[in-house]
Design a protein around this ligand. Structure first.
Ligand SMILES: Nc1ncnc2c1ncn2[C@@H]1O[C@H](COP(=O)(O)OP(=O)(O)O)[C@@H](O)[C@H]1O
Ligand SMILES: [Mg+2]
Length: 147
């Protein structure tokens, strides 16, 4: 990207529906596709794709619906996942590997390993969760192009 540091940040916006397992993953694949078209390095693309996918799936599985935004710049990629609720009552607990409240129906589809938030943490340079019981959840994820 050294020869291409001047481009204006590119913003992408997606609506993510609760329980829509047909379209689930579309927003994160689109983000991944745009990053590869722009020529970002593979390891960066993988970190963004994992973080965006986990954030998107959490909206599908655990929320009442929301949105995913990506801001792609030469130095970093920012992902914001925002939903309407029901919120995360205990963020530290939700961050633990293997902790999941996913219902059996969702586990039968192969989700609910409780690794989504820990995976986002591992992929992110900066990761902030704003949530609480009865509130919506906002995830702010920043991934630096150069780690
Ligand atoms: N957007 C969200 N809204 C409400 N609860 C959430 C949200 N994202 C995560 N959680 C809670 O945090 C838990 C852990 O999330 P995660 O690590 O992604 O595991 P999983 O999705 O496999 O359950 C979830 O089971 C759920 O209880
Ligand atoms: Mg998850």
């Amino acid at each position: 990207m050294d020869d291409n540091k001047q481009f204006k940040p590119l913003k992408l916006h997606f609506t993510v529906e609760q329980g829509d397992f047909i379209r689930a993953g579309e927003a994160s694949s689109k983000i991944k596709k745009v990053l590869s078209q722009l020529g970002f390095p593979g390891p960066l693309i993988r970190r963004v794709a994992i973080a965006a996918y986990e954030a998107e799936m959490n909206i599908v599985i655990h929320s009442w619906g929301g949105e995913l935004e990506a801001e792609i710049g030469p130095e970093h990629v920012k992902i914001v996942a925002r939903d309407r609720g029901p919120g995360i009552p205990d963020i530290a607990l939700a961050m633990e590997e293997g902790y999941s409240t996913a219902p059996d129906k969702v586990r039968e589809m192969g989700f609910g390993a409780g690794m989504g938030l820990p995976n986002i943490q591992n992929c992110a340079t900066e990761f902030i969760i704003e949530s609480g019981e009865g509130k919506g959840t906002v995830l702010r994820i920043l991934i630096a192009v150069k780690e």
